[in-house]
Design a protein around this ligand. Structure first.
Ligand code: PLP
Length: 452
């Protein structure tokens, strides 16, 4: 935890950083002149310090990234040690950090996903998984959900279902979208989860039939969609998608970029089902985002496609030693410190029940849903009509006020449209969750004032 003197010095450099940022940094997904970005001066564990030196609970985990919390000493030390030993090496060479990271990851993937292609982050992992599926099947089309996010690069943003696709979509990327199960805003007029699961599967089956199964390379889905709203799949849904893929020789790709590496209380979110996908994409939690890293875990059959035929793709930084050394330290620390089990326990005993309690008392809360340390609070103007507190793809003064109240109270959640996501590190403590819930309680009182 920084001292007051250290914070004073950081405040001064933070002011200068802010000026330089506004002069020279071009930010993602934003109208540049309208931005007022928050400065982060430092961080430790579940906390960050803002530009004024205020301490906030980081329940955003910086884009759902720091699964092991900020500045974990074992990971910081591993990066420093690797930096002193070897900072960079071309992907064609063997490197001990990369080999060990691949071993540790494949030990945790389901089935025979025993090979890892390393990338720099999530979007390029998705791009490569799709390329592998297309080359493996000789087909071009890819099916993805409307409520999804798969990354900001060309194919990945076209695969994305959420409104960030709209200004990027030229309609020629070979992507077809479908509806996944989401009982609270059901497209299928279902009344319970079982019905929603069956109807969503029947819908997907129709989409496959209408598109022509022989034209479809892959179905790509986040087992638990993240940015799109943390919808835990109903019973049988993932099993049904797997069976559909098997029937038609379609590659099943699980995008675990956000939900993987402990976030849902298991190493991968698909592990909550009995399903083994053909490819898994990952990033973020693999090394808590300390150094950019992503990858694709590949099953035996798809790996064999490229046994005697070159895989036509690569990246200069693939399996970068600093990033993979951070992955080795992260995965080992998560294992040794029981951090994945902590995420499961916190979700089942503290964060989940705490949020459900808040939903009982606040009319602005339409629904809370989630698993592990992966929870969404869906805010509505009217609990009966379920009209959202901000429109799909947009913002609202009401949401800004609610988020302002969170920040004022000392809580930084992840927010998207009408939702607040409570996504702390997987090693968050019971008392930190209790403190976060108390602040959220006050912020929801502000949301309640906007209810019709
Ligand atoms: N896939 C999913 C499920 C994601 O949540 C994200 C990012 O949030 C991505 C892909 C893209 O990852 P990146 O931003 O590292 O490119």
């Amino acid at each position: 935890f920084p001292t007051e003197a250290a914070l004073d010095a950081a405040r001064e450099s933070g002011r200068r950083a802010y000026e330089l940022d506004r002069a020279h940094v071009f930010h993602s997904w934003s109208a540049q002149a309208q931005l007022k970005p928050m400065t982060i001066l430092g961080a430790a564990g579940s906390y960050v310090w803002d530009g004024d030196g205020n301490r906030l609970l980081d329940f955003s985990s910086q884009m759902v990234n720091t699964n092991i919390g900020h500045q974990h000493p074992k990971v910081v030390a591993a990066i420093a040690e690797q930096a002193n030993k070897l900072c960079t090496v071309a992907p064609a060479h063997v490197n001990d950090a990369r080999s060990e990271a691949a071993r540790l990851i494949t030990e945790r993937t389901p089935g025979d996903l025993d090979k890892i292609f390393f990338t720099n982050g999530g979007a390029d992992a998705v791009e490569h998984a799709v390329r592998m599926a297309r080359l493996h099947t000789g087909r071009r089309k890819v099916l993805t959900r409307f409520r999804s996010y798969h990354g900001g690069t060309d194919t990945a943003i076209n695969m994305t279902g959420d409104p960030r696709r709209w200004p990027n979509d030229y309609g020629a990327a070979g992507v077809v979208h479908f509806f996944g199960p989401f009982l609270y805003r059901t497209e299928f007029h279902s009344t319970d989860q079982q019905q929603e699961s069956e109807r969503a599967l029947a819908h997907l089956e129709s989409v496959v039939a209408m598109e022509g199964p022989q034209t479809i390379a892959a179905i790509v889905l986040e087992p638990v969609p993240g940015t799109a709203g943390i919808m835990v799949p109903p019973p049988g849904y993932l099993e049904g998608v797997r069976a559909l893929c098997d029937r038609h020789g379609i590659v099943m790709i699980a995008d675990e970029v956000m939900a993987g590496f402990g976030r849902t209380g298991k190493w991968f979110s698909i592990n909550h089902s009995g399903v083994t996908p053909d490819l898994i994409t990952f990033a973020k939690g693999v090394n808590s985002g300390y150094v950019p890293l992503g990858g694709v875990a590949i099953n035996g059959e798809i790996a064999a496609t490229f046994a005697d035929r070159p895989y036509p793709g690569g990246l200069t930084y693939s399996g970068h030693p600093l990033a993979t050394a951070a992955a080795v330290a992260t995965i080992n620390a998560m294992t040794d410190e029981g951090i994945v089990d902590n995420a499961a326990r916190i979700g089942a005993e503290v964060l989940g029940p705490g949020l459900e309690k808040l939903a009982e008392f606040h009319p602005s809360v339409g629904e809370v849903r989630g698993v592990g340390v992966f929870w969404a609070v869906e805010l509505v103007k009217n609990p009966h009509t379920r009209e959202p507190l901000a429109p799909y793809g947009g913002s609202s003064a009401a949401m800004s006020e609610v988020l302002g109240a969170c920040k004022k109270g000392g809580l930084l959640p992840f927010a998207n449209f009408n939702r607040i996501h409570m996504v702390p590190p997987c090693n968050v403590s019971d008392s930190e969750v209790a403190a976060g819930l108390e602040i959220l309680d006050s912020a929801l009182a502000v949301a309640d004032t906007f209810v019709d």
